[in-house]
Design a protein around this ligand. Structure first.
Ligand SMILES: NC(=O)c1ccc[n+]([C@@H]2O[C@H](COP(=O)([O-])OP(=O)(O)OC[C@H]3O[C@@H](n4cnc5c(N)ncnc54)[C@H](O)[C@@H]3O)[C@@H](O)[C@H]2O)c1
Ligand SMILES: [Zn+2]
Length: 703
């Protein structure tokens, strides 16, 4: 092969690898490699292309942004391309960028920078248009897509509470903004929401998302707006455009105006006159990284002046007037000492890597998840290997890959053929990745079942934690606690309970035989247990721990079957439902339907439910929790509102889950009255229905 064709081949293979990872990242929202690794491949390609510009093709990953828009959403062209940012990884690269900026501008011209946190989410473009009386309303929300064309995700965007659905004339005036404008910013999933989402996924036996960014991307592109509302995304605004042009003379003014208009603006941004000040900002931001509640992966530095930005212009796919300073990845390299296996509630075996403790981004990591047998195979990891461990926000650390620069380990990881706790054979069903202990009375499973059942968000039995459950089961702690090498020595005790239902027959005398429990706490626990019988049907369903049934599915099921009968009758109808019937419940697919059906086909499970009924469970089929701000509320609009057109007010209310009706009745929640409100207002007063004005309505949207 000639030198040229070797280079060409290298370029082509880099492009292919990048396209593969972009697909996984942007379309599937589930990357296989670290961002830093992706960036390395990209930088290699950029360097080769810089040396051989004749080999640059328009479809090279260096020339375009993002991924293909996903099916299922309308595709809409952007007013101006939504670009990526060039990166700097250290001080020298940042200074080199600043030098290029100065060199491109007339000698002696001063440049002011604005530093903002680089939020690790995905960008959105929000289009606002004129409505009555000088106000603006949200008309459209687009993802970045491939940079030129985005996906129309308006319905989902409307559920994000920090996105104003309307901006009043007064606010526009104060912010110096026209009625028609476009805001660009970042949508992120706060760490707490991310954690909750993954906990639910684990409980339901579904795959978890790699990081909040991928979770946010997946959420904003679901076809189910209620899911988006439940997951609590957040939006931070940073650009303000009009017909594709930056509206205000500077970035700092843009941020201020956006804030005045009611957008959430990241308040950690600040102006800097020199790169030294920028570097101080970066240092401070990195130190705060763990305390923000959302993920950031660096700092974006922008040239403040819009006029200077225009003169600097763009390169292939990024502006020259901005740079992303990226923090070092929160990864470390350490040695794999061994692998333990945890048995979960559904019997699932999770391999847990025991590591030589390593300090990563502020904490000591000594355990990391290896997920499942397939993952071990994919990584090709052996005991004794040096491995790269990654940690994001609050997420369980995970092994990303084997570090080949160290001598390789020699001991293969053996996946147990038998449950490490009860010693029954483990099985893997066709098409599943996980091995499970299917012994229904496996102590490990029972322990997890009880912990899940009692946990906050499920049956909510305060005080029934790890230590107590272990005692009730006559076991000692089974898995070593974080940071400990071995589990405590088991102390044999007689088990007081053998199933979830046994909790409800526990007596004071029995509890008093346990360690570390006095009369008072025993009584509190008994009260808690008694009280939990009144939990609504959906919580009981969730508590049963049916595979694939998380909070939302449990709520949907309870709501659906509530119409088939009162309380326990609803539960019975659900237990008797065929797979076809179950699939007719909104959002429930074949896999979930099968799991539910299979669960209740089990004699033991049915018996458990019947016993719970006899023990006095109420199985109340209450309405699902509110997922939208105005769900369950009915509004009647009357008269002329000061800023909103009636049509716009209606759209806003409906988008937030409320209903708008034409006539006032006792069922009306609010009458929104403007000028010259007539008979409807009288009727409201007559029936004692609450009357509010436009300002109060807007206040419900946080405006
Ligand atoms: N792991 C993988 O397989 C894989 C694959 C593809 C891409 N990636 C990662 O995706 C990223 C590349 O994507 P990219 O093009 O979005 O680039 P980028 O994330 O590096 O930077 C551009 C983006 O930063 C965001 N941003 C956050 N805060 C901002 C602020 N205050 N002002 C302006 N913009 C702000 C915007 O969404 C903008 O689009 C890289 O980090 C890359 O590592 C990873
Ligand atoms: Zn077992």
């Amino acid at each position: 092969m000639s030198v040229e064709s070797k280079i060409e081949a290298r370029i082509e293979s880099l492009r292919e690898a990048l396209r593969h990872h972009e697909y996984l990242y942007y379309v599937e929202d589930s990357p296989e490699i670290l961002d830093a690794e992706y960036d390395t491949l990209m930088n290699q390609l950029k360097a080769l292309e810089a040396e051989h510009p004749e080999l640059i093709t328009p479809d090279s990953p260096t020339q375009r942004v993002g991924g293909r828009p996903k099916e299922g959403f309308a595709k809409v062209a952007h007013s101006r391309p939504m670009l990526s940012l060039d990166n700097a990884y250290n001080e020298a690269e940042l200074r080199a960028w600043a030098d290029r900026v100065h060199a491109a501008l007339p000698a002696g011209e001063t440049v002011e920078f604005v530093c903002e946190l680089k939020l690790d989410g995905l960008s959105l473009a929000l289009h606002y248009g004129a409505s009555a009386n000088g106000a603006s309303v949200l008309q459209r929300g687009l993802t970045r897509g491939d940079g030129t064309t985005g996906e129309d995700v308006t319905t989902n965007v409307r559920t994000i509470r920090s996105v104003p659905l309307a901006v009043s004339a007064a606010k526009l005036k104060k912010a110096g903004m026209p009625q028609q404008f476009e805001v660009r910013g970042e949508v992120v999933m706060p760490q707490a929401a991310f954690q909750r989402m993954n906990e639910e996924a684990v409980a339901a036996g579904l795959p978890v998302k790699a990081n909040p960014r991928n979770a946010a991307a997946g959420t904003i592109r679901t076809l189910e707006p209620n899911i988006v509302a439940q997951r609590r995304l957040d939006f931070y605004a940073y650009f303000l455009l009009r017909e594709g042009e930056t509206l205000l003379p500077g970035q700092q003014e843009t941020l201020d105006a956006l804030k005045t208009a009611g957008f959430r603006v990241n308040m950690h941004g600040s102006s800097a006159k020199t790169i030294d000040t920028v570097l101080k900002f970066i240092e401070k931001a990195e130190a705060q990284r763990d305390d923000l509640g959302y993920e950031i992966d660096g700092v974006v530095v922008k040239v403040n002046s819009t006029a200077q930005q225009a003169r600097l212009g763009f390169t292939g796919k990024a502006p020259r007037w901005a740079i992303a300073y990226k923090f070092a990845a929160r990864a470390g390299v350490t040695q794999l000492k061994g692998v333990g296996f945890q048995v979960g509630r559904t019997g699932k075996l999770t391999p847990v890597a025991r590591l030589t403790p390593v300090f990563i981004g502020g904490t000591t990591v000594s355990n990391a998840t290896l997920h499942n047998a397939d993952e071990i195979q994919r990584l090709g990891v052996r005991i004794g290997d040096w491995v790269q461990v990654e940690r994001g926000g609050d997420v369980i650390p995970k092994i990303v890959k084997v570090d080949e620069s160290h001598p390789r380990g020699t001991e293969e990881i053996e996946f147990p053929t038998h449950c490490p706790v009860c010693d029954e054979p483990v099985v893997r069903e066709e098409g599943e990745v996980d091995w499970r202990c299917v012994n229904a009375s496996c102590p490990a499973r029972l322990r997890e079942e009880l912990l899940h059942f009692a946990s906050r968000g499920v049956m909510n039995i305060e005080g029934l934690g790890d230590a107590l459950v272990a005692q009730l089961l006559g076991q000692a702690e089974m898995a070593p606690a974080e940071g400990e090498e071995e589990a405590a020595e088991p102390v044999a005790r007689k088990a007081l309970i053998h199933s979830v239902a046994d909790l409800y027959t526990l007596t004071m005398d029995q509890l008093l035989t346990l360690e570390r429990i006095g009369q008072k706490s025993a009584q509190t626990l008994l009260d808690e247990i008694e009280r939990s019988k009144k939990n609504p049907l959906w919580r009981v369903l969730l508590g049963l721990g049916i595979r694939h049934v998380g909070e939302r599915t449990a709520q949907l099921l309870a709501e659906e079957f509530a119409s088939r009968g009162q309380d326990y009758e609803a539960m019975q109808a659900l237990m008797d439902a065929t797979e076809e019937e179950l699939q007719r419940v909104p959002e429930i697919g074949p896999k979930v339907a099968e799991a539910i059906h299979e669960f209740f086909a089990g004699h033991k499970n049915r018996q458990l439910v019947e016993r719970l009924h006899k023990l006095g469970f109420s199985f109340t089929a209450e309405k699902r929790q509110k997922t939208s701000q105005l769900e369950g509320m009915t509004f009647v609009l009357t008269g002329t509102l000061p800023t909103l057109k009636r049509e716009d007010a209606k759209t806003m209310i409906e988008a937030a889950g409320g209903k708008v009706s034409g006539s006032v009745s006792k069922k009306t929640t609010y009458v929104v009255a403007g000028d010259e409100a007539g008979s409807k207002l009288d009727k409201a007063n007559e029936l004692g229905v609450k009357v509010i004005d436009e300002a109060a309505l807007l206040a419900m949207f946080g405006q």
